[in-house]
Design a protein around this ligand. Structure first.
Ligand code: BES
Ligand code: ZN
Length: 850
């Protein structure tokens, strides 16, 4: 049976379920193609409603029998679930179903990966395990028995008992079904313990397949740091006797916060210096923290319905960002987050997929785990915190946990705790949750007799379903800098609420240079006429590290946009400013590495389109190449000098200090390679004793048109390590010139290791292709065609991953008519595929704008 016909679900239609679930008992008799799931569920009438419709979700289940209070019933079964007549009184439901984990390629529900059983239930996967009210506002305790001939049998909560071929688990914390998990396999654990602030011991276990044990140490340390941080920063203690983490190779997402049993994509937890880069380590630390933090923001307090997804995801992303800022460098983390926001969220919010942080309708909820819900959702919390202040934020969070523990909540509940703590009216602020699109803020200035005035005007362009926009509350952090470089006004937060609003500063000795939107205090697009001189001044003097970086970024961006439209040469102010920053040893190497960075090519394309200019991907690529050459030229001998000065001599550690040095040295090596043709990169490849350096060297070599032998040796050395081979696939496409990218990708699809049913491998190849901007947008349309061919192939097996990859087409309207026509052909070809999944058909029709 295929997926159900697309039907739209609306926030405004929310109704509570007619029954509450008092307890759930599940028994699993595991068999690859015929697992039996027996459920015993105690229901009682929900006092909140009088509607006793008894509908249980269920998909791809073979119903063996169903009883109510012991009497066999014959429910009405459809592809989406079953309906039965149920008493208006407490009763016990029992059912037995059969499912096929080994045949489950969608990786939702119970499935198999390398001989191991595992589950993924968020958002609506539990209904593929048994009949159940599969909605987050139905919460219950779960008791689980697993019968299976495998050494390790895990589920949520605390262990209750185990013997040969069986194990029992009990989770005392009421939870929605999406947090259910089961794992069974031949696994080995790395073990540790954590003692909570109140003295409770917690057994920590990180489970992997035999052979991966050497990649668990870092993840375990990250877990302990996360547990401690949540106690120290949010007063949140862990609440079970065990915390299990399992690594699986086949996983659609990064990781999942199932209560007491987090399941991770192996790429997001396994790490060793030999096989993982500094960036991998940083991401793993953040994801472990993220999933752990969900224990409170997600599990103890969950979402009433999936429209409220940002309630747990936006907040938890905000929390994991705070954690990373504390563990590493706060300014560097902020810059990374803003780059990420501009790369992934801005295009989404300014294109056909634009939707509010709290969407109002969907066809397939899996399509709404987006950069908007996550990253903009986290930005909204950052703004709230800035507006109310740190102390009130902490108080509001305490109230949130106290008031809503054990509940399934809404954004209204969330905002109410802030209103109650501060006495503020957040009605207008709430527009951040309902209005889509990125606000644009125009700034002009006036200066007269010691008074400096900043005039702001905000507008948001129309987005799908929202032609008219209202002004939003914008916290605009501003500082003023005097002509001699001294700060005249330290950071102050201007609270803009009107469409147009001015703010004055008086008693100033001289006309200042403004530093606006410090720390990127609101997720907006700032539009302000500025001169290169002024930007170079801020690049030299701004006391706000974010805006200092931003000044350099703006210089680079302007010069690139001019170069990409055929006018101009690399800007001298930019190159001069860059040179002095690079020389400044007081600046963190990680920060200097970011200073060497340039806006991405897709971002530049978006900026051109914004200015009414049709972007030419090849011209953008050439502009970037040219500016890179100019950087190399301008920095000259300083490159080698700094490269030497930033070598790490201590044994490898993936911490902020060492990885900052390697990031800077790596960025320098890329420039050096433009001058020495790859001599130093080649030496580094030979000497490299960790994956970060090896990949840096290899990518420099490929970029210089060399590295064939090294690439082959790399493959040979790592052919048995899936995660490293993913990198091998990615790298070749990432470093291919635009002319070669599609053919390199195409050739790799024929490689025997292109195991396309594995989401990591599929994403390694096609993620790299779509990230190679000029390559993917090759004028022949070959990139579009190759991607579409494979999306069509993957869709029947794995709709979720297919639908996510469709976002590569979301910016299609930016490009010239010829490219648009070619993309339209591919979108229509995908749309016309028989039996296309609900996931992919929703994405394609929204992108196509039918
Ligand atoms: N709850 C999600 C995982 C999830 C997402 C399950 C969508 C099912 C559908 C988890 O907490 C999460 O957000 N994971 C992120 C990583 C995180 C660091 C932002 C992911 O998987 O990408
Ligand atoms: Zn999450």
């Amino acid at each position: 049976m295929r997926d159900a016909a697309p039907e739209t679900v609306y926030l405004k239609d929310y109704k509570p379920f007619g029954y509450v679930v008092d307890s759930v008992h599940l028994t699993f008799d595991l068999a690859p193609h015929a697992t039996r799931v027996t459920s015993r569920i105690a229901f009682s009438p929900n006092p909140e409603t009088t509607d006793r419709t008894f509908f249980l979700h269920g998909e791809k289940l073979k119903l063996i029998r169903a009883t109510i209070d012991g009497a066999e019933i014959a429910p009405q079964v459809t592809p989406e679930g079953l309906t039965a007549t149920a008493p208006d009184a407490p009763f016990v439901w029992e059912a037995e179903v059969e499912i096929d984990p080994a045949g489950n390629t969608a990786l939702e529900g119970l499935y198999m990966s390398n001989g191991m059983y595992c589950t993924q239930c968020e958002a609506e996967g539990f209904r593929k395990i048994t009949y159940y009210p599969d909605r987050p506002d139905v919460m219950s305790t779960f008791t689980v028995r697993i019968n299976g001939d495998l050494p390790v049998l895990l589920s949520n909560g605390n262990p209750k008992g185990q013997g040969a071929g069986w194990a029992e688990w009990h989770d005392p914390w009421p939870k929605p079904a999406y947090l259910f998990a089961l794992v069974a396999g031949d696994l080995v654990a790395t073990e540790d313990t954590f003692t909570t602030v109140s003295g409770q011991p917690v057994a920590l276990k990180l489970w992997v397949r035999p052979g991966d044990e050497h990649k668990t140490a870092f993840g375990m340390e990250a877990l302990k740091k996360s547990m401690k941080w949540d106690e120290d920063s949010y007063g949140r203690e862990y609440d079970l006797k065990v915390f299990n983490i399992v690594a699986v190779d086949d996983f659609n997402m990064g990781a999942m916060e199932n209560k007491g049993l987090n399941i991770f994509n192996s790429s997001c937890v396994l790490a060793s210096p030999d096989t993982s880069t500094d960036m991998n380590f940083e991401r793993i630390e953040a994801i472990i923290a993220h999933e752990y933090f969900h224990n409170w923001t997600g599990d103890r307090i969950t979402c009433r319905d999936w429209f409220q997804l940002c309630l747990k995801e936006g907040l938890t992303v905000f929390r994991d960002s705070q954690f990373t800022a504390d563990m590493r460098s706060a300014p560097v983390k902020r810059i990374h987050d803003v780059i990420d926001l501009r790369t992934r969220q801005f295009p989404e919010d300014n294109g056909p997929l634009s939707h509010p942080v709290r969407p109002e309708s969907f066809q397939e909820i899996n399509n709404f785990y987006t950069a908007t819900v996550y990253e903009k959702g986290a930005e909204v919390i950052g703004m709230l915190k800035r507006l109310v202040g740190d102390a009130a934020y902490a108080e509001a969070l305490d109230l949130y946990f106290a008031r809503h523990d054990g509940q399934a909540c809404t954004i209204e509940d969330w905002l109410k705790v802030f209103e109650d703590v501060t006495g503020r009216d957040l009605t207008q602020f709430k527009r951040w949750y309902s209005q889509s699109g990125t606000p644009r803020v125009k700034v002009t200035e006036d200066w007269a007799e010691g008074t400096y005035t900043l005039n702001f005007e905000q507008t948001t362009l129309p987005t799908p379903g929202q032609p008219e926009k209202l002004p939003q509350v914008l916290p605009i952090a501003v500082g003023l800098i005097g002509p001699n470089g001294d700060e005249l006004q330290e950071t102050t937060v201007l609270e803009m609420t009107e469409a147009k609003q001015s703010f004055s500063f008086d008693g100033l000795p001289a006309r200042p240079v403004p530093s606006i939107l410090r720390g990127f205090s609101a997720p907006v697009i700032l539009e302000r006429e500025s001169t290169n001189t002024e930007r170079a001044f801020l690049l030299a003097h701004d006391t706000d590290p974010f805006n200092r970086w931003e000044a350099g970024r703006a210089l680079a961006q302007d010069t690139l946009l001019q170069m990409a439209t055929g006018a101009g040469e690399p800007d001298a102010d930019y190159l001069d400013g860059l040179r002095s920053l690079m020389r400044d040893d007081t600046l963190d190497p990680a920060y200097r590495a970011l200073m060497l960075g340039l806006p991405g090519q897709a971002e530049l394309a978006g900026l051109l389109a914004d200015r009414g200019i049709t972007p030419d991907p090849m011209a953008i690529w050439q502009a970037v190449e040219h500016l890179r050459d100019a950087q190399a030229q301008a920095l000259g001998p300083l490159l080698e000098e700094l490269y030497e000065a930033n070598q790490v001599t201590d044994p490898y550690r993936p911490d902020a200090e060492q990885s900052g040095k390697r990031a800077l040295a790596g960025a320098l090596l890329r420039l050096i390679t433009r001058r020495d043709g790859g001599a130093r990169a080649s030496a580094l490849y030979t000497a490299a004793d960790n994956m970060t350096l090896a990949l840096t060297a290899l990518s420099c070599l490929l970029q210089a048109g060399q590295g064939e032998a090294e690439l082959a040796a790399f493959y040979d050395r790592w052919k048995d390590d899936r995660l490293v081979i993913d990198k091998w696939f990615m790298l070749q496409i990432a470093e291919a010139t635009p002319e070669r990218a599609v053919s390199v990708a195409q050739a790799l699809t024929e490689h025997p290791d292109f195991n396309w049913k594995n989401p990591n491998r599929f994403r390694a190849l096609f993620g790299a292709l779509t990230a190679n901007h000029a390559g993917f947008h090759d004028a022949t349309g070959a990139g579009y065609q190759l991607l579409a061919d494979w999306l069509i192939r993957l869709d029947p097996l794995n709709p979720q991953t297919t639908a996510r990859m469709c976002t590569a087409f979301q910016t299609w309207k930016r490009y010239d008519p010829a490219r648009q026509a070619k993309i339209a052909v591919e979108l229509d070809r995908i749309a016309a595929t028989p039996d296309l999944s609900r996931d992919t058909s929703e994405m394609i029709s929204r992108i196509r704008g039918a």
